[in-house]
Ligand binder design. Structure first.
Ligand code: DP6
Length: 385
């Protein structure tokens, strides 16, 4: 009678940011946002869910540690999937066992809740046989999670209804549309206290005048320009809009009172390096974007990766003997052309300012598996590890 399914789901990186809610409980945003879905090959969340009449309690493990089931957002998601299911399904009354992990270190400070909730909701949707769009359910776990329900380039439309039923994600282009697109994630060493995006944006809505202007006036036109740039594969414009939006988002964080400071000196050093490189190339070849932390996400085309990585290595050298500095898609090591080195006059930072770099690309949405060897739970509904 037991039902079990495993899902893997992607991380997404916004190029037009979501920042600010008009409804805290339903997680309805103040503005539309747009992101690229990152391939699950090197970064993903994995979740196994079992429902069974043999289970006696609801249980939840995250990254090897048991968690309380008494979590509002988790329960909102479960309530919402159940509401959408055929009420006659027997499994709706069975207890639940959930085991979830990320294949990238959470200590790196990379947003994992988006992939996590997209994964959880996709698995529940399979177990409770739900049809149609489930992004509005994933949204109840974490706003940005709704965009991880689809692959490629995804727009979260804020919607107009008070119940949030039309606040959903839509794919604007598949991963195959812009095959040359690559992503470099620069994991920055940082020891400062972290504050969550949920708290940061709440404070922003209360205190930042700029946030209001951004969500009502800037984003509506910027997002249309971004959709056009992606459709036309116009990298120069795509990069400008991405960097402008990231900078504006962090300006709003500083306009928040008390301010939220997410970028550190290394983050600013990376942004500076990108502008230096783009100026040398006389067009935008690399775009940076920063979320609620110091790590940089760089979008660039495949043709640019080797050379720009050489520039990064020069500016942000790894610690001596570090073996796994570059992870993900392999790249041939290259030196910077002498002319470029002289002209760029790159500032060499101390070793180890970056923990490591992940080289990846745009990918597909969540994938389900029914193969026993993929499950994180054993037949009794307990974590295998
Ligand atoms: C900076 O989705 O983590 O990454 O809805 O409160 O869970 P909650 O917030 P969350 O916010 C993500 C903010 C961001 C920008 C983005 O991904 O669009």
């Amino acid at each position: 009678m037991t039902k079990i399914v495993t899902c893997i789901a992607p991380v997404n990186i916004a190029v037009i940011k979501y920042w600010g809610k008009q409804d805290e409980e339903l997680i309805i945003p103040l503005n539309d946002s747009l992101s690229g879905t990152i391939s699950t090959e090197f970064m993903c969340a994995k979740t196994t869910i079992m429902v069974s009449p043999l289970l006696t309690e609801n249980k939840f493990w995250l990254n090897g540690k048991e968690q309380s089931f008494d979590n509002k957002r988790l329960n909102n998601c479960i309530q919402e999937v159940r509401r959408r299911a055929n009420p006659e399904l027997p499994q709706l009354n069975w207890k639940i066992s959930i085991c979830s992990e990320n294949n990238f270190p959470t200590a790196a400070g990379l947003a994992s809740s988006a992939a996590g909730y997209a994964c959880l909701v996709s698995a529940f949707a399979a177990l409770y046989e739900i049809k149609g769009d489930i992004s509005s359910i994933a949204r109840r776990g974490s706003g940005s999670a709704c965009r991880s329900i689809y692959g490629g380039w995804v727009r979260w439309c804020k919607g107009v209804k008070n119940d949030g039923s039309d606040s959903i994600a839509k794919q604007i282009a598949a991963a195959s549309h812009w095959l040359e697109m690559r992503v470099l994630i620069l994991v920055v060493n940082d020891t400062r206290k972290k504050y969550s995006s949920t708290d940061g944006m709440q404070r922003g809505v209360k205190t930042s005048e700029l946030l209001k202007y951004r969500s009502q006036t800037i984003v509506p036109r910027r997002i249309e320009a971004m959709v056009k740039a992606i459709n036309e594969k116009d990298f120069h414009t795509f990069a400008r809009l991405t960097m402008e939006d990231s900078n504006q988002f962090h300006a709003i964080c500083l306009d928040t009172y008390p301010p939220c400071v997410y970028m550190n000196d290394t983050s600013h050093g990376i942004a500076e390096l990108v502008h230096l490189y783009n100026e040398y190339k006389a067009s935008n070849k690399v775009a940076y974007t920063f979320d609620a932390g110091p790590n940089a996400c760089l979008y660039l085309l495949e043709s640019e990766v080797e050379e720009f990585l050489a520039v990064i290595n020069e500016a942000f050298p790894p610690r001596e003997n570090q073996v796994d500095y570059l992870r993900g898609i392999p790249v041939t090591n290259r030196c910077i052309p002498e002319k470029m080195r002289l002209s760029l006059n790159i500032k060499r930072h101390e070793e180890g300012m970056l923990k490591y770099i992940i080289h990846t690309k745009i990918g597909d949405g969540p994938q389900l598996s029914h193969r026993p060897e993929d499950h994180l739970l054993d037949e009794a509904g307990l974590p295998k590890r």
